[in-house]
Design a protein around this ligand. Structure first.
Ligand code: XIL
Length: 312
């Protein structure tokens, strides 16, 4: 059968997967390389991973994923630069003034983007800036620096690697509503100010049967701002163990997401947040839920895999 990545390429989009540096060999590595033409490090480029102690960088795991991607002709989405979560303890417990904190953030963005310069197709520069009601999330950066942290981060990333595409990324913004309206207003304002933003990433962590009917229309309105869009972390969770009807519904959900992206000219691709139920983050994050990916825990393709192939 034709690899999914070849089908995707023929349709002009990328098909990506999240991947951990511990899974570059054996069955997971060979499926990743055969089926996908893009990879997002699942945790390896997050701040706590790259700078566990202040001033001590550890790029080894991220570098290994980048090398794997290069060896297999895959592009890399850098994930992520500025987020409220998975920050090192020295940063969250440190006694920094606001000015120091801004300098620390800008140094982090500059150092990480510089390390990977020329090797990252797109960066998630700012991840999850909003709460579900469309307010700014009161994480470290917003609390201490206000909304200007966002524009500052994009400017620093652009200065460090002018060729990388720079994205805002969030979940719960797939359908039109308060949270996506907030993202739309932010993207509009950044564009108006001349901030170097290239795209918006829609994580797309869905519950079964919950792909919004207006996903395509919503992607299109962001594209209308002159931005690229991408589905960056797709999965469809369900209560475990799954039954056959749920797996068919899940296939319909994957189909709907692929079709939404394919229908929008500026949708650059779809990335799944892990391709196998053996490694998915879902059971660890959502109690009693799982089976969220296109391959089962034994790396056998599920109906969702067939739906992706058919949609492409
Ligand atoms: C998740 C990883 O998959 C887990 O391994 C980790 O323990 C927590 O983070 N939104 C994001 C991703 O932007 O970085 C998250 O990844 C999933 C939700």
């Amino acid at each position: 059968t034709v690899p999914l990545r070849d089908l995707a390429a023929a349709r002009g989009i990328h098909l990506g997967t999240a991947l951990a540096a511990t899974r570059l060999t054996g069955t997971p590595g060979s499926i990743a390389a055969r089926q996908f033409d893009a990879v997002t490090p699942e945790n390896e480029m997050k701040w706590e991973s790259v700078e566990p102690e202040r001033g001590t960088y550890d790029w080894a795991a991220g570098d290994a994923i980048v090398a794997f991607a290069k060896a297999h002709g895959m592009q890399v989405r850098g994930h992520n630069l500025v987020w409220h979560s998975q920050l090192p303890e020295w940063l969250t417990t440190g006694d920094f003034s606001d000015d120091e904190l801004r300098a620390v953030m800008l140094k982090h963005v500059t150092d990480e983007v510089t390390h990977y310069k020329g090797r990252i197709a797109a960066w998630d520069v700012v991840n999850e800036p909003f709460t579900d009601d469309g307010g700014y999330r009161a994480g470290l950066w917003y609390r201490r620096l206000g909304v200007s942290y966002i524009a500052d981060a994009f400017r620093a990333a652009h200065a460090a690697d002018p060729a990388a595409k720079l994205y805002l990324n969030d979940y719960g913004i797939e359908g039109i509503g308060p949270k996506s309206d907030a993202m739309y207003a932010l993207a509009t304002s950044l564009k108006q100010q001349g901030v170097p933003i290239d795209g918006v990433g829609f994580q797309a962590h869905f519950a079964l049967g919950r792909v919004p009917a207006d996903f395509r229309a919503n992607l299109q309105r962001f594209a209308g701002l002159g931005l690229d869009v991408a589905v960056t972390e797709l999965d469809v969770r369900m209560p475990t163990p799954p039954d056959a009807a749920s797996l068919r519904q899940q296939a319909d959900d994957y189909d709907a997401v692929l079709r939404a992206c394919l229908a929008v000219a500026r949708c650059r691709g779809v990335t799944v947040w892990g391709f196998s139920d053996a490694t998915s983050w879902v059971p660890g994050a959502f109690h009693g839920q799982g089976a969220a990916t296109p391959y089962d825990a034994h790396y056998r393709p599920k109906p969702a895999y067939d739906a992706i192939a058919a949609a492409l």
